[in-house]
Design a protein around this ligand. Structure first.
Ligand SMILES: *Cc1c(COP(=O)(O)O)cnc(C)c1O
Length: 378
């Protein structure tokens, strides 16, 4: 089945009592037992809730994994995955990582004796060179933020298999509709479902899918033990958002490609990063491994003074953090999303004082281009 179809089917289980087409929101903390030693399959909502389970089974199907898990945020999902490791373990990670993930690794899990090496994971040789005897995992953002570097997942998977390392992929920017990392050899995918999966800038949520049932069992143990689960209301909102994943992403991408080309031709724009443009370093590899290029664009204006002008004068496009929703958002990574990255690393990555990041929404593309034009030229 196509992923777009599969996404529409999420939550459409047969409700034998009522036949409800939309999965009910089981707003309950606990469940009555039919008898001593008997259970309906649900005992307590931290351990399992039917609405959350629909979402968890849905994302597992979309990603082709053994089992899925839903958390109260993307960061809670990543935190839960770090519980797979012990003091002394080392993890190789993407250097231009989401700022919150970097903060979690360096300022929280560092205290528990986990160590992290930051490398350009779009450079497979650099990943191999960073592996040490105590390395246990490679944690990769499939498409990075904000410069949209694309990792060669099959090549990284081969390295990880050879050395018995877990390959964990943060696939937030692509979603299973555009790429399925587990099919390419990754062990675990993690999502900030706050972004494209829920898609409406109205819910904070995280999802995890594991390929192997035994690994999934360990993750379930930690999900229940640590308890940062997604509530039934928010599980339902994510399910509702996921149903339109295919149409939304088709439109997001169509808009992004046109806007990237328009920006590239604009005299006040110095540089455009979008993997759908054939001058982007990840373009060919993405054509091989993914079904599209996503809808995130980064671009440099030719003068720092234009940064504030664009942020304040765009009317349709909101100056706000986050991404992946139907509404277009623009942000200034150096100050807003990547302030926690050390300045030297920021400079090396190209996150500078003229770089803006645009999350292209599903509005009419001519309206978006007109909004950018008047903001740049007024
Ligand atoms: C937003 C984001 C996260 C964190 O998710 P939250 O839902 O905000 O906790 C992690 N990784 C990436 C790539 C993100 O964009």
């Amino acid at each position: 089945m196509n992923i777009a179809t599969e996404a529409v089917q999420v939550g459409l289980e047969w409700d034998s009592r009522t036949g409800a087409v939309s999965v009910p929101i089981y707003q309950t903390a606990t469940f009555r037992h039919p008898g001593l030693g008997l259970s309906t399959g649900f005992d307590y909502s931290r351990s399992g809730n039917p609405t959350r389970q629909s979402l968890e089974e849905g994302i597992a199907r979309l990603d082709g994994g053994a089992r899925g898990f839903a958390y109260s945020s993307g960061m809670a999902a990543i935190t839960n995955l770090l519980l797979l490791f012990c003091s002394g373990d080392h993890i190789v990670v993407t250097e231009d990582l989401y700022g919150g993930t970097c903060r979690l690794f360096d300022r929280v899990f560092n205290q528990f004796g986990l160590t992290f090496s930051y490398v350009d994971t779009s450079d497979t040789a650099a990943v191999a060179a960073a592996i040490r005897p105590e390395t246990r995992a490679v944690f990769v953002e499939t498409l990075t933020n904000p410069l949209l570097k694309f990792a060669d997942i099959p090549a990284l998977a081969a390295i990880c298999r050879q050395r018995d390392l877990l390959l964990i992929t943060d696939n937030t920017f692509l979603t299973p509709y555009l790429m399925r990392p587990l099919d390419l050899g990754a062990d675990i995918t993690v999502y900030s479902a706050t972004k494209y999966l829920s898609g409406h800038n109205d819910t904070v949520a995280g999802l995890v899918v594991a390929r192997d049932p035994q690994l999934a069992e360990r993750i379930y143990f930690h999900q229940n033990a640590a308890g940062a689960v997604l509530g039934p209301q928010d599980s339902w909102l994510v399910i509702r958002g996921m149903k339109t994943l295919g149409v939304r992403l088709d439109r997001h991408q169509e808009n992004a490609l046109r806007i990237a080309a328009w920006l590239q031709a604009h005299p006040r724009i110095a540089k455009v990063y979008y993997p759908g443009l054939d001058n982007h370093p990840g373009h060919d590899l993405m054509k091989r491994d993914a079904r599209g290029f996503g809808a995130m664009i980064a671009f440099e204006v030719d003068d720092h003074a234009l940064v504030e002008q664009v942020l304040l004068r765009t009317r349709l496009i909101s100056f706000a953090e986050s991404l992946g929703g139907v509404e277009s958002l623009i942000t200034f990574p150096e100050v807003q999303t990547h302030a926690d990255i050390p300045p030297e690393l920021r400079a090396r990555l190209g996150i500078n004082n003229v770089l803006l990041r645009l999350s292209v929404g599903i509005e009419d593309c001519d309206d978006l281009i007109e909004d950018l034009r008047q903001a740049l030229e007024s």
